[in-house]
Write a protein of this length. Sequence first.
Length: 458
Amino acid sequence: MSKKISKNSYRILSAILAVLLVGVMAVQCVYWAGGFKPKKEDSETIYRGSLTRMGYTLDQVVVLSRHNIRSPLVGGGSLLGDITPNEWVEWSSDPSELSVRGGVLETEMGEFFRKWLEAEGLFEKNEKPAKNEVRFYANSKQRTIATARFFSAGLLPTANAKVEYKVEYDKMDPVFNPQLTFVSNAYNSDAEKQVWELYTDTVNKLSDNYSLLADVIDMEESVAWREGTVTELRTDDTKLKLELNAEPAMTGSLKTACSVSDALILQYYEEPDEEKAAFGHELTQEQWEQIAEIKDVYGDVLFTAPLIASNVAHPLLQEIQKEMRTTDRKFTFLCGHDSNVGSVLAALKAEDYTLPYSIEKKTPIGCKLVFCRWHDENGKSYCSLDLVYQTTQQLRNVTLLDLNESPIAVPIKLSGLSTVDEGLYEEDAFMARLQEAISEYDAILEKYTSEEENKEAA
């Protein structure tokens, strides 16, 4: 009798354990599906869970940051106000300015970097840096200045760090302005040809993205649709505009769709209610990625073709090089825009990448391009390059960050440049690549100026 009871008890216990195991597996699936970061050892081939390079000592960090969550340009009379019959969410900031959520998220990112730099030994606890050891420099827009201030509050909470901005408030600083400072007929022709060779197929594949976007905003019920100022979004009507001292620009459906995509993605980050963020629609993670892809493609078309990237990123590349050559500098924070991050990566000849756990696959809101200098036990120097960003769920949930719950860090591979242990580049080779990217601008000037002069002489 006791043996029978023992067997029954064993069967019951086994059943309970099985149920618990299934429950744990289900929770883990939800955890992963929600965009949370698995442990480093579970996904070594996807990304590094840390900026740390084991066995190396950190000497310097230069960060190129995109601003954090901002409000879109919405309201009566704007495209976004007329292209949907739905009401956009009420924002905590004026149009185009950093939102309260964006400020909180950026402070958390600064806190994470503080803890990481302390763990690496580059900063003391509650670091109060000496003169010139730390620099914060932002474009003169509210969202970039505010991002730098919030980041500095998290990074150096007791130091009262100064944030530089160099031109009149709300104007574009030439260092951060992704403008074309050289154009010519021949250059424009070659640049446009290069853009469409690279991205025609990509743009042509956006039909489904456009249809989804139009459905989500109920575009055909909008004032703009009824008045004919907006019609069906097409993949064959995009035209580029390349003008001197202006950002590359475009006309057509991709521009219109990007404006809406950008606003919807920002609304998704800002609004806790997912259905409200999607105007009452239930969207999957994949559908949000489809919407975000429109904005990603727009940025690629305008800023990442090699001839354009080398032109628009030139001043910022020089600034990065100057900071990395400043021997007494420990940490630099340069705050600009997604166009800055995308064009710098393209000018450095970064290999193609797709970011995990983010609906934005190229330059997520608040992302940081992190340049680091390290040395080994023999004193030899190396450089690393990582793209660091909060996951979509960390953004939506305002997740507190630390060394255990960290943002994602994806190492960037540069085409034709070999890495050594821990994915590091030898310093000389890395700095040579940076100089090559800077020199490419001079090569463009020389080539196309000579061609124009030869045509005029003929």
